[in-house]
Structures are given as C-alpha cells and as structure tokens.
Design a protein around this ligand. Structure first.
Ligand code: DQA
Length: 139
C-alpha cells in the first residue's frame, strides 16, 4: 500500500510555528513515527508552500497511490484549484488538520476541498495524520 503524506503552506515550520496551536513535533517527527507505526506501508512525503506544486503532486500520484493524507493548511479554505485537483484524481484523499479548525476563526470553518475528500480529521494534533493512515490501513 502506497500513501502520500502531503503538507501545504507553512507546515514546513511545524515544531517552530505557533507551538501552542500546532505542537512541538516537526513534520519529520510525524513522518518517522508513521513509518515506525506502519512498517508495511510504503510512505512518501511532500510539502510545498506553492499552490501549483501541490496540484502537480496530486496529479503525479493521484492515479497510482492508495491514499493521500492531505493537510492543505490555509489553502483548504481558499483554493478552488486544489479542491478541483482532489476531485479530479482517483486516489482517495483524507483531509487532516492539526488544530480543531471549528474552534478557531470563522474563515477556517469552510473547506473548499472537503466535499471531494473521503472524510476530515481535525483537532487531534499530530495524531490527526496517524488516524487518517489508520483508516487507509484497514481498507
Ligand atoms: C491547519 C489549519 C489551517 O486553518 C491553517 O491555515 C494551517 C494549519 C491545521 O493543521 O490545523 O496552516 O491546516
């Protein structure tokens, strides 16, 4: 089983960025923990702060991989291009957020991509990624 962990803008700063909201773990920590917890899954990781690069990555893996765990960061709330890319690929996508977006500013309550995803996991800290991977591992 092939799973892509895909992170959008500002998530390269995990561990340094607003730790009160996003925690102390880096993206590398999350990725290493997932590889340890699910040795049978073949993981890849990609992060970009650039909208089009995220679209390109969805196109690149989206007809081949078994699952995509996608934290699109702020693009979740703004990007029609990313929402369309998620709709256009074959690989199922689970939308994840570290923070509980519904407990935050109103502009974070809307996800343009959610309706094109299998489901959403929000508010479980770094565990949001593991919960999504767990779902794929049971398919
Ligand atoms: C986030 C929530 C978004 O609203 C925000 O723009 C992020 C991170 C999260 O993981 O909680 O960059 O996706």
């Amino acid at each position: 089983m092939k799973i892509l962990i895909l992170n959008g803008p500002n998530l390269n700063l995990l561990g340094k960025r607003e730790p009160g909201i996003y925690g102390a773990a880096s993206a590398e920590d999350i990725y290493n923990d997932l590889k340890k917890a699910y040795p049978a899954i073949s993981f890849s990781y990609f992060q970009s702060n650039v909208e089009g690069e995220l679209v390109n990555k969805l196109h690149e893996v989206g007809f081949d991989y078994d699952g995509i765990v996608f934290n699109a960061g702020a693009y979740t709330h703004t990007s029609i291009a990313i929402a369309d890319a998620v709709a256009g690929i074959k690989t199922p996508v689970i939308e994840v957020h570290i923070s509980n977006v519904y407990a935050r500013e109103e502009y974070r309550h809307k996800s343009l991509m959610a309706k094109n995803c299998m489901g959403i996991i929000t508010g479980f800290g770094m565990k949001s990624y593991a919960l999504a991977v767990h779902h794929f591992s049971t398919l």
